[in-house]
Design a protein around this ligand. Structure first.
Ligand code: NDP
Ligand code: HSE
Length: 439
């Protein structure tokens, strides 16, 4: 029954996501009203340029360049403009006037989340952000609500679609990084500034948001370790394939007791890693996303779907809108996200990982022993060694290629091993260093 006054919705932004939010909101008005118990009245859509071409028809009388007037008049504000400013100022204005806010802006949340959540809490407003991580995939609500009574220990995900597309094309079609990036650009997958994707910044923002929710701890963006995919070579992709692995850009958040003292800390990190081909994340192809969550009671859970796209992201925004509108109708306090656990965010050096290191070594007596010694000196245990002799070149010392897989060790020890190998006379060159996950 619709017996509540119409709720006034302000939409900030009508680009890929915003135009689809507006379309769905207008097309599904009656159904949404029935679900909420109040009409959702789109009172206006703020844009930079009213004349810009849009992916959906929006009645011209709704378009405005005056975002502030819309915010003042709204019950609920949807921010899909992107960027840090003026999005931050607009969201603060909306929250301070008591409006609930929905945002898809991962960059803003990862940078100014604490300030925004505090502002919301102070006035009893709610900030919703399901679309900010992995777009259409429900992952925020499961962490915030469904798993709220459980203890999440680890999250490992592919949360950037464009880099997954690039790595997948390198793997499945044998493309170079440059050729795969050109394809991704052509398909419109990359951000306007592609370094946000390929250098891992976008994935770092997303894992900072997930880690904070999962571990009830503030995770500043500058404490997230980050490596992108720009150094991944075609040779690494081929070697991975031959050895039963695939390379994925992983975003990992983990609760760990790094020094065995019983004191827990949090690690949040992004890097390309070898994943066994039989691992569920290896099957995530193209621009899709997936997030693998391990919780104490629930066990392993996998969330999979479209991690980008205007209409797909609009689905998550509208889900948040229905929740916000229902709260308006039913009343009740906002859900505050707690950072009570306040765990230490650990640097990468203290994290336990495995490396696979490919070395071109002199093919001479004693070389293998020298190399094995370097691992032992740094307390790193070798798990596998595969050797192949390289074709000989006239006048050159014969060389062999050694692929060494390690057991888990601290990242600090593993990188010391790599430095010592590079300085060793037995080693001609190190041709690949990559972490291994999912074993
Ligand atoms: P677009 O660049 O396509 O659209 C941005 C919109 O905001 C445009 O309509 C633009 O106006 C408007 N805008 C920008 N600055 C201002 C301003 N100062 N005042 C008023 N309007 C402004 O972005 P997307 O739709 O792709 O992304 C929106 C948000 O959603 C971002 O935070 C993004 O990270 C997030 N997101 C996007 C996904 C995607 O697949 N696209 C997936 C998940 C999250 P005009 O049209 O006039 O230029
Ligand atoms: N650039 C992002 C990606 C868009 O490739 O996943 C969705 O956040």
């Amino acid at each position: 029954m619709i017996d509540y006054r119409p709720l006034r919705i302000a939409l900030l932004g009508a680009g890929s996501v915003g135009a689809q939010v507006a379309r769905l909101l207008l097309e599904n008005k009656a159904e949404l009203a029935a679900r909420v118990g109040a009409e959702l009245e789109l009172i206006g859509v703020a844009v930079r340029d009213i004349k810009s071409k849009r992916s959906a028809d929006i009645p011209v009388e709704l378009l405005t360049t005056d975002a502030e007037s819309l915010i003042v008049a709204a019950d609920i504000v949807i921010e899909v403009m992107g960027g840090l400013e003026p999005a931050r100022t607009y969201i603060l204005q909306a929250l301070n006037s008591g409006s609930d806010v929905i945002t898809a802006n991962k960059a803003l949340l990862a940078t100014h989340g604490t300030e925004l959540f505090e502002a919301a809490e102070q006035v009893g407003a709610q900030l919703y952000f399901e679309a900010a991580v992995a777009a259409a995939i429900p992952i925020i609500r499961p962490l915030r609500e469904s798993l709220a009574g459980d203890k999440v220990n680890r999250i490992m995900g592919i949360v950037n679609g464009s880099t997954n597309y690039i790595l997948d094309r390198m793997d499945s079609a044998g493309l170079t990084l440059e050729a795969a990036m050109a394809e991704a650009t052509e398909l419109g997958y990359l951000e306007a500034d592609p370094s946000l994707d390929v250098e891992g910044y976008d994935a770092a923002q997303k894992i900072a948001i997930l880690a904070a929710l999962a571990f009830h701890t503030e995770v500043p963006l500058d404490r997230v370790y980050r490596e992108g995919i720009t150094k991944v070579t075609k040779a690494q992709i081929t070697a991975a394939r031959e050895n039963g692995y695939v390379i994925k850009l992983l975003a990992i958040a983990e609760r760990i007791d790094a020094d065995g003292s019983g004191e827990q800390g949090v690690s949040a990190r992004v890097y390309p890693a070898l994943v066994p081909r039989e691992h569920p994340l290896a099957a995530v192809r193209g621009a899709f996303n997936a997030v693998f969550v391990e919780a104490e009671a629930a066990g392993s859970l996998m969330f999979y779907g479209a991690g980008a796209g205007g209409v797909q992201t609009a689905s998550a925004v509208l889900g948040d809108l229905v929740s916000a509108a229902k709260r308006h109708v039913a009343g009740g306090p906002g859900l505050a996200d707690s950072v009570h656990a306040n765990l230490e965010v650990l640097p990468i050096e203290r994290i336990y990982t495995r490396y696979q290191i490919t070395i071109q070594a002199k093919d001479q007596p004693g070389v293998l022993a020298q190399i094995a010694n370097i691992f032992a000196e740094h307390g790193v245990s070798v798990e596998t060694v595969e050797q192949s002799v390289n074709p000989s070149e006239p006048g050159k010392t014969p060389t062999a290629s050694l692929m060494v897989g390690t057991h888990e060790a601290t990242d600090a020890s593993l990188s010391s091993v790599v430095n010592s190998l590079a300085a060793s006379e037995a080693v001609e060159s190190i041709t690949s260093v990559i972490r291994v996950e999912g074993l």
